[in-house]
Design a protein around this ligand. Structure first.
Ligand code: NAG
Ligand code: NAG
Ligand code: NAG
Ligand code: NAG
Ligand code: NAG
Ligand code: NAG
Length: 550
């Protein structure tokens, strides 16, 4: 059952794509954006793609452009999404952590598209405004400044469900995906105006660990044998770990609070990684059904974009989850295809999620508002695009102020270097990694290259006055915990749905909410369409040379 092999040619349609971007008064492309959660961007190109079959990110890469150095602006759900939706760095909107993010009325690129005649729809996980997470996310705002170590997360574990025919493990995501493709098929197809559709997935975020009670975060890597078979087990590496004595103090704090300071067997580590990759394969298939629908309807008029809020360390650096500037956590997928995007582009420029806002407005021919932190990617994607007035920066910036790291963290990626500064820039040593020779980021070169550090530190200070931001963040967190009593109460009341299942009783800080209704836009009851049905009924769709099995 469940196996459909579709085969045919995309011919004329792809010719259109090769022409470059021709926006004019009568043509504005539709936009379909799929954003997953915790997808390690390195898997979307070689050699990461040798670990697991991801046919749909691969196909998107072949039909359009993949960014090889794309970063989140803050490696945790809510702040990262706040940056993506608002187009501004998180210190500018004070989106410090999963508790304090954007106001509900903040302007997003989708608002701008809507004001300019687009029909817009967002489905699934949004999670960019304050209050969507549990109250314990508020506690984290001050425990990070308290000098003690507390194991805040459950130890990462694996959980195999179903059998070799179990395709839909993350059923909630599949349901939202069904709604999205049905929306494209029915609603979008009948529109006389351009549309923008956003689909937010929860996968491959680890699942809530039920045995640890309602306040636990997500430390369960769950999949089925169906998806595990897509993983190339023998190609999985067991990452090298530094001894505790050699770890950077903030990294050690993260390892400890993520409950990863105990012993793990090689088999355990390999399994956690395999399960994580299998979860990525399931997310890839969700992208796939949207992609199939996209090609069936309107590949020449619709830009398809795939990204994620952050990655997952999957036991690299003796950690799981994100909240770190290491590649596994901060490197996100960014792929685009459609009208105006050249085929087969692999772009090395450092970019980040704040670039999405000006890019989408540029595609739609809408002037960008002042104060955005990013730059349109269109000039990189299309030879026909209007060149930018000023060259885009040759760096990408990320920052982190949330839980499981005991100092505000600032990262600048430029060329081969990744520079990481902390707090006030004095009390915690900086880190410098040469990604060209040390992809695993095990050798801190800060002491060996003081001149490089100085140069990158002054560049960083031109982007953000980071000691001042660290002070402001700590002060804000201190103030809100002082006013804690009533704020907790009102938070529980106003977001009772969001808090359900995460509880407030134990007072143990938890960064990551259990999968709940929080951050999910309520959707009308779906008209269920199965992925398989969709694939089989898309006769115009041909993924050349791909055997798609569902
Ligand atoms: C606008 O672009 C569309 C698609 O490329 C084309 O069919 C149409 O003729 C163009 N209109 C003008 C006024 O250039
Ligand atoms: C494993 O990696 C090798 C190259 O390192 C590659 O040739 C092979 O196809 C990979 N296996 C799978 C199943 O992807
Ligand atoms: C959003 O609402 C807050 C008050 O809740 C207000 O201070 C702020 O100016 C509003 N922002 C926008 C963009 O309307
Ligand atoms: C933390 O890890 C230890 C083993 O290293 C385990 O015994 C303990 O149950 C874990 N705690 C949680 C909350 O998972
Ligand atoms: C963070 O925690 C580590 C481990 O306990 C400790 O060595 C370090 O001093 C702490 N750093 C800050 C800035 O609190
Ligand atoms: C981990 O293993 C080492 C060496 O085998 C041992 O010394 C240490 O006590 C173990 N740690 C825990 C938390 O069990």
């Amino acid at each position: 059952m469940n196996v459909f092999c579709v085969a045919f040619f995309i011919s004329a349609q792809l010719q259109v794509l090769a022409f470059g971007f021709k926006r004019n008064a009568t043509f504005r492309p539709n936009v379909v954006m799929v954003m997953s959660d915790a997808f390690d961007g390195r898997l979307t190109f070689d050699p990461g793609s040798r670990l697991v079959q991801l046919p749909f990110t691969k196909y998107l890469r072949e039909q359009g452009a993949v960014f090889l150095n794309s970063y989140t602006n803050s490696p945790i759900c809510c702040p990262s999404r706040a940056a993506m939706w608002s187009g501004r760095f998180v210190h500018l909107t004070e989106s410090w952590n999963n508790h304090k993010c954007l106001d509900g009325n903040a302007t997003t690129w989708m608002d701008d598209l809507r004001k300019n005649g687009y029909h817009t729809r967002s489905l699934g996980k949004l999670d960019f405004t304050s209050g969507g997470h549990s109250v314990s996310n508020r506690v984290e705002a001050w425990t990070r400044d308290v000098r003690f170590l507390l194991q805040q997360e459950g130890r990462p574990v694996t959980d195999l469900r179903g059998d070799e025919t179990t395709v839909r493990v993350m059923t909630k995501d599949w349901k939202t995906t069904d709604i999205a493709v049905e929306w494209i098929r029915k609603t979008a197809a009948s529109l006389s105006q351009p549309f923008a559709l956003y689909l937010g997935l929860n996968l491959p975020h680890p699942y809530h660990t039920d045995s640890l009670g309602p306040t636990a975060g997500g430390s369960t890597f769950r999949t089925s044998p169906y998806w595990l078979k897509k993983v190339s087990y023998q190609n999985i590496t067991v990452p090298k770990w530094l001894p505790f004595s050699k770890m950077h103090p903030v990294d050690y704090y993260s390892t400890y609070t993520k409950n990863c300071s105990g012993n793990f067997t090689e088999q355990e580590v390999r399994d956690i990684r395999a399960f994580y990759y299998a979860m990525c394969a399931e997310a890839d298939a969700m992208l796939g059904v949207v992609q199939v629908r996209w090609w069936a309807c309107s590949p020449c008029s619709t830009v398809l974009l795939f990204t994620s809020d952050h990655g997952d360390l999957a036991m690299e650096h003796r950690q799981f989850y994100k909240m770190s500037m290491f590649e596994g956590s901060s490197h996100v997928p960014l792929l685009l295809a459609g009208p105006g995007v050249k085929k087969g582009l692999q772009l090395p420029q450092p970019v980040s999620l704040v670039d999405i806002y000006p890019t989408l407005l540029d595609l739609a021919g809408i002037p960008t508002p002042a104060g955005l932190s990013g730059n349109s990617l269109l000039p990189l994607l299309s030879p026909a695009a209007v060149p930018p007035a000023e060259p885009r920066p040759d760096w990408a910036f990320s920052e982190y102020h949330g839980c499981n790291a005991n100092a505000s963290t600032y990262m600048l990626r430029q060329g081969r270097w990744k520079y990481i500064a902390y707090g006030d820039g004095l009390s915690v040593p900086a880190q410098l990694f040469d990604l060209s020779s040390d992809a695993e980021e095990l050798h801190n070169m800060a002491a060996r290259f003081p001149v490089v550090c100085q140069r990158l530190d002054s560049l960083l200070r031109r982007v953000v006055d980071y000691p001042a931001v660290s002070r402001k963040c700590s002060a804000t967190a201190g103030r809100s915990s002082a006013a804690g009593g009533s704020a907790w109460g009102s938070s529980t009341q106003t977001s009772s749905a969001a808090s359900a299942g995460t509880g407030t009783g134990r007072g143990t800080p938890k960064c990551t909410r259990a999968p709940s209704t929080s951050g999910w836009e309520r959707s009308p009851a779906p008209n269920p369409v199965s992925a398989a049905l969709l694939l089989s009924s898309a006769p115009r769709l041909q993924l050349q040379n791909h055997r798609l099995s569902f």
